[in-house]
Design a binder for this molecule. Structure first.
Ligand code: BTN
Length: 124
């Protein structure tokens, strides 16, 4: 069947956009993330991401992960997901994310992490 291709411009249900650049031979890739929302009041800046595509199985719906190093907050986000492709070739990225914010003390660590799911579809 059709294969999933991570390269391109994607948007999630929050309206965040990300660009994933071409994968290298090892399956690692970079890109940029423009979040539509933030936990801070700082001005949102487009932020770099670094990821890896897992060795794809013959089914062509590979797993991947990437981190986003926010340029306007002390937090960092990790995404893990899978690229699905339907019979018409439409690709969907099903992801789960974790965001860790910097808290002042170890006693605050309990509230430092949030988790969620996100679905990306290709816009280009
Ligand atoms: C911050 O507010 O600390 C940095 C921006 C975090 C944006 C989060 S990451 C998970 C979720 N999905 C998005 O597209 N944006 C939010």
């Amino acid at each position: 069947g059709p294969q999933c291709n991570l390269q391109g411009l994607w948007r999630n249900e929050l309206g965040s956009n990300m660009t994933l650049l071409a994968l290298d031979a090892a399956g690692t890739f970079s890109g940029s993330y423009h979040t539509a929302v933030a936990a801070t009041n700082n001005q949102i800046l487009v932020s770099p991401l670094q990821g890896a595509l897992q060795h794809s199985s013959s089914k062509g719906q590979p797993t991947f992960g990437f981190t986003v190093q926010w340029q306007f907050a002390d937090s960092i986000t990790a995404f893990a997901g899978q690229c699905f492709v339907d019979r018409r070739g439409k690709e969907t990225l099903e992801t789960t994310w974790l965001i860790r914010e910097e808290v002042p003390t170890r006693r605050d660590s309990w509230r430092a992490t949030r988790v969620g799911t996100s679905i990306f579809t290709r816009i280009k």
